[in-house]
Design a protein around this ligand. Structure first.
Ligand SMILES: C[S@@+](CC[C@H](N)C(=O)[O-])C[C@H]1O[C@@H](n2cnc3c(N)ncnc32)[C@H](O)[C@@H]1O
Length: 323
């Protein structure tokens, strides 16, 4: 891919840099730039002066790449306190969900537990709910069951009884292969409540509630009234990102909007939070690329020790029965 000659930035504000990079990317699909080495300004805020120009942390450049729809390629040091960066425009490929959620599709390439914020906030949310030893877990829209791996991370050895449901038979077959001890059912969540399923200590619904045909108020009421134990809790996930060309790009998108717009996300999270609060739950809202709404009974003790810990620590917790 042709790269135009590197642009050199020292004291220019970001308001000058951003449009210059956008224009260069639009022209050539790739742009190189040299900037002050972020390592030399550690502790400074973005825009504070250094001997080599205005400091900006790596975070600025990763955010900028995301905003401009580009990969940030591995930087190189180019002497005298400067680094050379390159941005390469994302390939014009469909998102991994464009072909649906079957096991053979691109959605199967997505591993949300590789997003550090998701990993930590999901484990934290799970530990807030903390189903008991041998407790029952219902995972709605479970797809191929990747998120269920987090149960063992949060509660090693707790022997949970897991039921996963989804519309996609091929995704459920993959989930069954991944979690042979769990039960997977091909079921439309709009048919809930289903008394034969019984009650659960934890209900998980990640990136499901905004799917076509689902009314979250109806589904949440059915779950609360018919599928939760009195001490049970819920974890609801709302995507605040989209996947494109291998990247997780910040911000929920509305249909036909080019730029992120968080209106629907904010409305749905607010509605879920308010409804659960009214129904007697303590509610936590966490996360970044996926916003998690965690609800536990208002009278429940808010658990501590929410961190994902090392194997050693987790084993000790399992032995001592700590939440
Ligand atoms: C965006 S994917 C999320 C998968 C997984 N929970 C995750 O967070 O990565 C949505 C999943 O919900 C399933 N789904 C959508 N509508 C559904 C419905 N009405 N009943 C059951 N599953 C549904 C889809 O088949 C798909 O596997």
């Amino acid at each position: 891919m042709p790269t135009s000659p590197a642009l050199h930035f020292t004291h220019e504000p970001l308001s000058v840099i951003l449009p210059a990079l956008r224009a260069a990317l639009a022209d050539a699909g790739e742009v190189a730039l040299t900037v002050p080495d972020p390592d030399l300004g550690l502790g400074l805020y973005a825009g504070e002066a250094t001997a080599h120009g205005l400091h900006r942390p790596w975070h600025t450049w990763t955010d900028l790449a995301d905003l401009l729809g580009a990969h940030l390629l591995t930087p190189e040091r180019v002497g005298a306190g400067r680094v050379r960066l390159r941005l390469r425009a994302w390939a014009d490929v469909p998102g991994p969900d464009a072909g649906g959620y079957g096991a053979g599709g691109d959605w199967a390439r997505v591993d949300k537990l590789e997003d550090p914020v998701f990993l930590l906030t999901l484990v934290e949310a799970l530990r807030r709910v903390s189903p008991p030893q041998g407790g029952r877990v219902l995972a709605l829209g479970v797809n191929r069951g990747r998120e269920l791996d987090a149960l063992e991370l949060a509660f090693p050895g707790r022997g949970l009884d897991v039921v996963g449901v989804d519309l996609s038979a091929s995704a459920l077959a993959a989930a069954q292969a991944r979690h042979p001890g769990a039960t997977f059912l091909e079921l439309n969540v709009t048919t809930l409540p289903r008394p034969e399923l019984g009650r659960f200590d934890l209900v998980l619904a990640l990136s499901l509630l905004q799917s076509p045909g689902i009314r979250q108020d109806v589904l949440l009421a059915a779950l609360r009234r018919h599928h939760l134990t009195p001490s049970g809790g819920l974890i609801l996930g709302y995507p605040n990102a989209r996947y494109r060309d291998g990247s997780l790009s910040y911000g929920a998108r509305l249909r036909n909007f080019a730029r992120p717009d968080l209106s629907l996300l904010a409305a749905d999270v607010t509605e879920a939070r308010r409804g659960l609060h009214k129904a007697g739950f303590k509610v936590f809202v966490t996360g970044k690329y996926e916003v998690l709404v965690t609800a536990i009974p208002a009278e429940a003790r808010t658990p501590g020790n929410l961190e994902l810990s090392s194997g050693f620590r987790m084993n000790r917790d399992a032995i001592t029965g700590m939440p």
